[in-house]
Design a protein around this ligand. Sequence first.
Ligand code: HEM
Length: 222
Amino acid sequence: MSFIQSSVGRKIIMAVTGVMLFSFICVHLLGNSSVFFGADAINAYAEHLHSLGPLVWIFRLAMLFLFAVHIFFGIQLTLENSAATPEKNVQIKRLRTGFAAQTMIISGLVLLAFVVYHLLHFTVQVPGMGVYEFNEATHMTNVFTMVVMGFKQVFTVLLYAVGLIFLALHVSHGFQSFLQTLGLNNDRSLPVFGAISKLVSVVLLFGYISIPVLIIFGLVKI
Ligand code: HEM
């Protein structure tokens, strides 16, 4: 049996791709936090990223690949697990693994929808979805205006809040699962991993959600 056919192999693939996507999410939050330092800070950060030229596209393709692999194996593992779970054991399994673990496929698919929406909003910049002010000097959209104007709409903020809650739910189990796949788990470490994962997901949730919330309450403004 090959590595990707074995369930251990596929769990390792899920863990490795998951932790790489998680790293992106952490770096992205740090980058986005520059919005709190004003227009010049976030625009300079975006210009710096775009100045990397072809590297940006290599990075995007790598991310797309990781995302696709993570989704493909995630769906496959879910289908296999549900086929292998006898109905009478469902309640036991739920009690043992918890809500976040049981809803990984749902939180993952909601996240996928959120990422598609987010890319159309801020990366593709679909006309009508936001305010896109082109800067002739930098040949780029003014990212500060785009973000601040985007989060002046209550509906957009609500959509982001829902997406971010599902992100936190997904990470709260995913991170713990990653640590277990590394083989570090035993009876003593398991609750510690659970607590670390919850903490990490809460930090991500509050970190990300603070951006639209501070904007809609006028604490970050143009
Ligand atoms: C308040 C929350 C967020 C804000 C303000 C935000 C902001 C942005 C902005 C401004 C861009 C465009 C960057 C540019 O082209 O210059 C972007 C791209 C992106 N964001 Fe977010 N983001 C948020 C949450 C998220 C989350 C939770 C995820 C993942 C689950 C995510 C994934 C991405 C991806 C994959 C890109 C495309 C990167 C690229 O173009 O290379 N973002 N985001």
